[in-house]
Design a protein around this ligand. Structure first.
Ligand SMILES: O=C(O)C(=O)C[C@H](O)[C@H](O)COP(=O)(O)O
Length: 329
């Protein structure tokens, strides 16, 4: 396991978000620029959530496996730079780090994955022990964590059992990825037992055959206290305590929407872990998701807490967007 001491001290003592799943090196392509463009980025849905939560000031820990290769070293360097707690990341020399190509074309994108047999697919219950949740306020898992391999799914499920036994809330992003052939029953069971479920309209249609919030609520049962339904540029809605709150997204010049859902989820969970009520946590979360679209790729495009606050206070969202941590990328 990797030892590290780069925990942000400013948030010491606040509850930790523990994310379980796969990080992926992103190979970015810009087909919308005459010059063409190839650049490295950093993705993997739960890692993105952890990075965004850390950008908002939350302590975030990632449980994953990386290969002993350049993509793995780059990811680890980026996550350290983003102040993630990387103590629970294992370098596994027996398998490569997963990657994906993000081809951006006029705001839209396609992903091609090179992740089968990746180091993260070798996550297993042996990676999970009670110390994983030291200081934890939330355990975060996604449908991708459950889909990459049977052993990774069991690791995530074991972590969720431990979380429940110790009163730590479980949060779940559905993130339906047809190419991973997700097990819908498994995802549904996980979602029903989670405390907070976050899903896009497309995820809802794929997993539940409806994107209507009342039907989603009925199908998820009484387990989840909060359901966040995202709807791209329209913003998002949260259902909690029987009340619905909608938040519209600020309009931004969109370069790439990749990772916007994860940015929203990370900022939302950061707010909830800080004790902010669901409607008030959703507002900065929707802004974070929108701001992340101003730059190509996933986690490098995530705004700082200060930028989110400025836009919330009425500043223009399009002032000099910059990728963060460019020195490590
Ligand atoms: O697809 C996967 O398996 C990945 O993990 C790659 C990406 O980093 C996230 O998927 C981005 O997620 P969105 O926020 O939904 O755009």
């Amino acid at each position: 396991m990797i030892q590290d001491n780069t925990d942000p001290t400013s948030s010491e003592g606040t509850p930790v978000l523990v994310a379980v799943g796969e990080g992926l090196l992103e190979v970015g392509m810009r087909n919308d620029l005459p010059s063409g463009y190839l650049g490295r980025g950093f993705g993997g849905d739960v890692a993105n959530v952890a990075v965004m939560a850390a950008r908002m000031g939350t302590r975030a820990r990632l449980l994953t496996r990386l290969g002993a290769d350049t993509p793995g070293r780059l990811l680890l360097d980026f996550w350290r730079h983003a102040h993630l707690d990387v103590d629970r990341i294992t370098v596994d020399p027996s398998a490569p780090t997963g990657m994906y190509v993000n081809a951006v074309r006029h705001g839209g994108h396609t992903f091609d994955y090179y992740r089968s047999g990746s180091a993260a697919t070798r996550l297993s219950e042996t990676d999970v022990d009670e110390h994983l949740l030291d200081g934890a306020g939330a355990l975060h898992v996604s449908g991708i964590s459950l889909a990459i391999s049977g052993s990774a799914a069991r690791a995530a499920e074991r972590a969720a059992e431990l979380a429940r036994d110790s009163g730590v809330m479980v949060t779940f992003c559905v993130n339906h990825r047809p190419m991973l052939r997700p097990d819908t029953d498994r995802n549904l069971a996980f979602a029903r037992a989670a405390d907070i479920v976050i899903l896009s309209s497309e995820d809802a249609l794929a997993m539940l055959d409806t994107d209507r919030l009342d039907r989603i609520r009925a199908m998820l049962g009484e387990g989840p206290q909060e359901i966040v339904l995202t709807d791209g540029p329209a913003g998002a809605v949260v259902l909690s305590d029987g009340e619905i709150h909608r938040v519209a997204a600020p309009s931004v010049v969109v370069v790439d929407t990749a990772g916007a859902g994860d940015a929203l989820a990370g900022a939302y969970l950061a707010g909830r872990l800080a004790g902010t009520a669901p409607p008030d946590a959703l507002e900065p979360a929707v802004i974070a998701g929108a701001l992340s679209c101003r730059w190509p790729g996933c986690a490098r495009s995530y705004p700082s807490a200060e930028e989110v606050a400025r836009v919330r206070a009425g500043a223009s969202p399009d002032v000099e967007p910059q990728p963060f941590s460019s020195e490590s990328a």
